[in-house]
Write a protein of this length. Sequence first.
Length: 350
Amino acid sequence: MFDLPDFDAHEGVHAFHDQDSGLRCIIAIHSTALGPSAGGTRMWNYSSGAEMVTDALRLSQGMSYKNAMAGIPHGGGKAVIWGNSKTDKSEAMFLALGRAVESLQGRYYTAEDVGIDTADIEIAARETKYAAGLTFGAAASGDPSPVTGKGVFLGIKQASLRAFGTDDLSGRTVAVQGVGSVGGYACQHLADAGAKLVICDMDQEALTRVAARCDAKIVGIDEIYDVEADVFSPNALGAVINPDTLKRLKVKVIAGGANNQLATPEMGELVRQSGIIYAPDYVINGGGIINVASEISGAYSKTWVYDKLATLMDTLGEVLDVSLSQGKPTNVVADEIAMARIAAGPQEAH
Ligand code: NAD
């Protein structure tokens, strides 16, 4: 463990096995310096236990950075379950997950992530107090996507201010990749602000709905990179910013809600050199975790959530300004600010 390249002084890496349900789960707690760790549970059919450990280590570190930037009183943690999310789930498995989370006595809060839905976490919540993203309970926060989508819209404004000298989006063309939950909400805000939208998705129903509501033009999935636009907003998959797509993009801003947009961290510098302003994914998409944090606090408050979102957008502006003034890629600047906040301790989180 201690020799693994992705081990970054994690506070705890806990492996759980449940004989009856077959649960194989790792809960990695990267840091509790800013408060109890928080991050979703991912279910994935890993090819090996080593791959699973690496994923848990990376994702939990990523949550430390994301939570620090979001200014919420939480450190970073993540649970990963080894299995096929379509065929291997059972009630017993999620009850066992709940017991595993409970055994950490509040050092880790869980919620949904890839392969896991609200119903799974609600089963786990029968065994643990440390689960969020629920539809029941006094502080239930529900779907985080509206907050994430609003953050994407506000983040596009922050980046546009730096790229074009104004954050007025009327008449700007935004190419939106993926118009599901987050992309759909972002499109609505963009259309309301007068932006022209060009959208793509493989889900015909989502496409038709958003196109009708936002007067958007539809293009094919692979054509989105070639659109003559001011802004590219990825809201579907990871690794969409790679050397091939970067060559094709004609935009001045990349700002969207998808996780892990850069194929490699080095892409951040290549994007900067090509004169494009990139809003780091884990900063611009922090609205969802802010929403979950409000639920964890025990008293959900929409006002608190949107105040925190506004502060997060100021932080995004700071990242972009430092990047421009120091000639450093935005993803590197964001990591540096996050690490400084974690090192400084809780006062920075409020
Ligand atoms: P979603 O499933 O509702 O929407 C994703 C959409 O992308 C779907 O409509 C899907 O058909 C489409 N899509 C898939 N592959 C595509 C492709 N190749 N080209 C174009 N469209 C494609 O998911 P979501 O909740 O909107 O999340 C979108 C992204 O944002 C994900 O990367 C997610 O991890 C990230 N994210 C979401 C939240 C949140 O609050 N929901 C918070 C933080 C980050």
